[in-house]
Ligand binder design. Sequence first.
Ligand SMILES: [Zn+2]
Length: 477
Amino acid sequence: MKKIIFLIPFSLLIFSCNKNIEKKENSNLLSIAEKTDSTNIKTIFNSALTEGKSYEWLRDLTKNVGGRLSGSPEAQKAVEWGEKLMKEVGLDSVWLQPVMVPHWVRGEKEVATYTTNGNQKNVPICALGFSVATPNSGVLAKVIEVKSLEEAKALGNKMEGKIVFFNRPFDDTLINTFRAYGGCVDQRVRGAAICGEFGAKGVIVRSMTNSIDDYPHTGTMSYGDLPIEKHIPTAAISSKAANILSDDLKVNPNLKFYFKQSCKTLPDAPSFNVVGEIKGEKTPENIFVVGGHLDSWDLGEGAHDDGTGIVQSLEVAYLFKKNNIKPKNTIRIVFFMNEENGTRGAKKYAELATLNKENHIGGLESDAGGHTPRGFSIDANSVNTELLQSWKKLLSPYGLHDLDKGGSGADISPLKGENVTLVGYRPDSQRYFDYHHTSRDTFDKVNKRELVLGSASMASIVYLMDKYLYSDSPVKL
Ligand SMILES: [Zn+2]
């Protein structure tokens, strides 16, 4: 018995040694003979999770540059930061693309208050981007609450001299919170243009969020064609304040709301898109763009919107270089300027691409926050949509299940064309509108693993698209 007991482990030891040698030889053979896509994708993920740089890059951008609204000194600092970092990553070429951008400034911190039943209530408020200021003494007026632009239009001249309060909340039953945002944001963008026409004194809007809290959410607005003398001040109030005001109006419909803001639009300012690329090995004339936007709103640090998209885009190039992946086509990383209030950077990029007769085969944009990866939305012709969807089995082990048709993003969509395959990175959206355009959009809200998993997801789809899109024999997997 003793002998047998001794022999078994010994033979197992020999067997396992042999097996290890065999395994090593096999894996060497495999890596020389055939690096499969799934192996390469696994390598990309391993590399991002153990050697990823995006989290530290994001810390630097959010803490040392901070909020960076177009035209501001911080936006210029972000341009210099981006150019330096692209060079450090070792892209083949890096350059700045000049573009004139709108220059709106918030001025002093806004104030809002009203009194009801003898109680004075201070309201968390922030001016909307492009809004005019109130008079120095502020605006004081009765409030009419509405739920939609149509309801406001129907009021007509009844709103003269009043403050119109848009209070349609997010539809909380929508799983994709971007759909809820899309269902409400017309109030913020067009409310003041409609109410200015009918002589309202001002417009306040419920913040764009699922959350009920004390943080006002800024964002862009437009007066459209309204003559300048009809421009009225407009601001967002927090969702919690919106609920309280709505309740108070039911009890006291004659209460007067006061707000004061000193924002203004200055002349356009010079700025830049930051561009860098890895030259393609086989068809360098074909360009695949990967990007996000460098500008952000001024209230927070521009972490989820869109610092995460910026650092993930650059990490795609970093992961390609680190793992010696040589793209067939040119991979161009673009930090777009002015997505938040004008998309001038995106328009300039597309204009120059046409002017220089560049051949863009596709693009990927990350501008939906830095949360856990869920997939990509595809804006492409039916053949390429099907091709991308056929990669689901390669991507789903990483939680990338969503490969539906849909929009890509504001910065790359001007490149749209029948043979241009555009893709939007889609992380989980449940918490995005807790932070979006608020003072809470800060570095501490970003999770390192979620962020780098996003970089790896993006690098993986770029790897597949570079390899199979428009090749002579696109392979469905
Ligand atoms: Zn954004």
